[in-house]
Design a protein around this ligand. Structure first.
Ligand code: DON
Length: 307
């Protein structure tokens, strides 16, 4: 019998297709030119089944969604205590590109804002790592999570690098505050490169399902992220993953989540399902307008809210 899930997903897409307010991110030239008609959704179950609809093979840059996974890598490479000494776990309530350092400790408030993500990137491998080695490690882990070899979108990378003054500024402030040890320019270019890795919604749903499956890839069976790190990652996704919209997201949709400026969102419901959406127009907080609507609909129809 044909599974009704793909038909249901198609139906959801058709019902929200016309509700497309907002605008694509304009500070990265390549994203500003994105085809705003693109719309896709994917669900990956913890048993490895993947269902998708819409533009499910269209690739886009992972952007801030990489922050969740690089946080996990930083924990593995540096240890949780060392990571917590440098990056907090409190929501900042501010936009993702604000400096948002904690008073006293000088730590970035959390790993999902740029300051925290640049710091997490700098902790990958350890103090003697080169920028290349860090990026290689991140690309390799993200590829294992997706279940296929991913690659960097060089055009997106170059475009963001051309307009990276704000992130460079954050990098230098982090160095001055004693939070990052390496060359700030190296940490920021590496961070921008990690954001430029291309994925599609099926990749993202599988990466998310690995989080839902205690860090074990649902298809390959490989243990990629230790369970203690998964708990840490899902916790900060819950409180900080949707930036200054985190509170309304948790109350309305109730799934640990992370968004990116290319227009993707992942949601991860432990023990059940990883979901991913893609639609380039963003609201004023940087979250995909139709993506939020799809997630709201799936959460309500499938009873995914944690509470
Ligand atoms: O740091 C930046 O500006 C981007 N490369 C990533 C930001 C991002 O995806 C924020 N998400 N909504």
């Amino acid at each position: 019998m044909k599974s009704p899930i793909p038909d249901y997903l198609k139906q959801v897409l058709e019902q929200i297709r016309d509700q497309d307010g907002g605008a694509p991110a304009d500070y990265i030239e390549t994203l500003a030119k994105a085809d705003t008609s693109r719309l896709a959704v994917a669900l990956a179950m913890v048993d490895g089944q993947v269902y998708s609809a819409g533009d499910d093979s269209v690739e886009f840059s992972i952007q801030s969604i990489s922050k969740a996974f690089v946080y996990a890598i930083a924990i593995e490479d540096a240890g949780l205590d060392a990571v917590l000494a440098k990056i907090g776990v409190e929501p900042s309530g501010d936009a993702f590109n604000k400096l948002s350092l904690e008073r006293g400790s000088n730590r970035p408030m959390n790993p999902m804002i740029n300051a925290g993500a640049i710091t997490a990137h700098s902790l990958v491998i350890g103090p003697n790592a080169t920028a290349e080695k860090r990026t290689e490690r991140i690309l390799s882990v993200l590829s294992r999570l997706a279940g296929r070899q991913l690659s960097v979108d060089e055009e997106v990378y170059q475009a963001e690098l051309r307009d990276a003054d704000r992130n460079m500024g954050i990098g230098y402030m982090l160095k001055a505050a004693g939070i990052i040890a390496c060359d700030p320019r190296e940490a920021v270019t590496g961070y921008i490169r990690q954001c430029s890795i291309n994925v599609n919604v099926r990749d993202l749903a599988m990466m998310s399902a690995t989080l839902c499956n205690a860090g074990i890839h649902p298809v390959t069976g490989e243990s990629i992220i230790p369970q203690t790190s998964v708990r840490q990652v899902l916790s900060v996704m819950t409180t900080c993953g949707m930036y200054d919209a985190a509170g309304s997201w948790v109350s309305r949709i109730g799934i640990p989540a992370k968004s990116g400026v290319a227009g993707a969102i992942i949601g991860a419901l432990p023990g059940q399902v990883g979901l991913a959406t893609f639609s380039p127009r963003l609201d004023e907080r940087g979250n995909s307008v139709r993506g939020v609507k799809i997630c709201e609909r799936l959460s309500s129809d499938m009873g995914l809210h944690m509470m």
